[in-house]
Design a protein around this ligand. Structure first.
Ligand SMILES: [Zn+2]
Length: 252
């Protein structure tokens, strides 16, 4: 008896069994297909909603609300979804997108807003806007270009200059205050470290350092001796490392 013959002989029952198995497998496949397709499809709908909302929000500050919603619709289409709703208020967009999965429409609502950086005063070394600083207007102080200092350092310096003038009848000559990064780079290129601070680290970049003209503000000279005796009460300390008798830092 050949194998073929045996199979032929079993034909009836074997056929029924095969049909049942096939039907079961088909049913299982459909369930599995549905299960494994719906989940990613829903995830894609979420993603479509997110991208549409983000697209609308990103364009909200430069486009009208209607134009932002057109962009959201395009983003939804690119993700094979349909824009069902869109509302843009300020920089915030709320969108609803739909996607048909096995004849059922799934819809997802997403909201996005783009954070806007609020203009902030920079206090980064060498990057302080001069409009945030004070111009020192006083006899003996360089006026062109002007000397800028942080407001508290400026007030303290003027008090100190006043005190010097009332006690000596002379004026302390000042020729440097705030120095931006580019200016500090020029000084650094000219003098090198340690005579010049590395750009981004100088107290001149914080608008709290003052350079008096030297001479006369050199060690042993009367103006320097006066500063040594009096500067501390106004909040100024000498720079000693490296030794720069003309350079004083406001340290309060
Ligand atoms: Zn200096």
């Amino acid at each position: 008896m050949s194998i073929r013959h045996r199979l032929t002989g079993d034909d009836g029952a074997g056929g029924m069994l095969a049909l049942t198995v096939a039907a079961g497998a088909l049913a299982f496949s459909l369930v599995a297909l549905t299960f494994f397709s719906v989940i990613p499809a829903k995830a894609r709908t979420n993603a479509a909603a997110d991208s549409a909302a983000i697209a609308a929000a990103e364009s909200a500050s430069i486009q009208s609300a209607a134009q932002s919603c057109d962009i959201a619709a395009e983003a939804a289409t690119l993700n094979r979804a349909t824009l069902l709703g869109c509302e843009v208020v300020g920089d915030e967009a709320t969108v609803t997108v739909g996607r048909e999965i096995f004849t059922t429409m799934f819809s997802v609502t997403a909201r996005a807003a783009v954070p806007r950086s609020t203009p902030q005063t920079s206090t980064a070394n060498g990057a302080i806007p001069t409009e945030d600083l004070i111009v020192i207007s006083y006899p003996g102080v360089r006026s062109d270009p002007p000397v800028y200092l942080r407001a508290d350092a400026a007030a303290a310096l003027v008090q100190m200059l006043d005190a010097y003038h009332s006690q000596t009848g002379n004026y302390l000559p000042v020729d440097e205050g705030y120095r931006d990064l580019a200016a500090q780079q020029r000084v650094f290129d000219e003098y090198g470290w340690p005579r010049a601070a590395i750009p981004g680290t100088s107290n001149h970049g914080q608008a709290v350092a003052v350079d008096f003209v030297n001479p006369p503000v050199v060690r042993g000279a009367p103006p320097h001796a006066w500063l040594t005796d009096n500067a501390a009460q106004f909040g100024f300390e000498p720079l000693t490392d490296p030794d720069e008798p003309w350079h004083w830092d406001y340290t309060r």
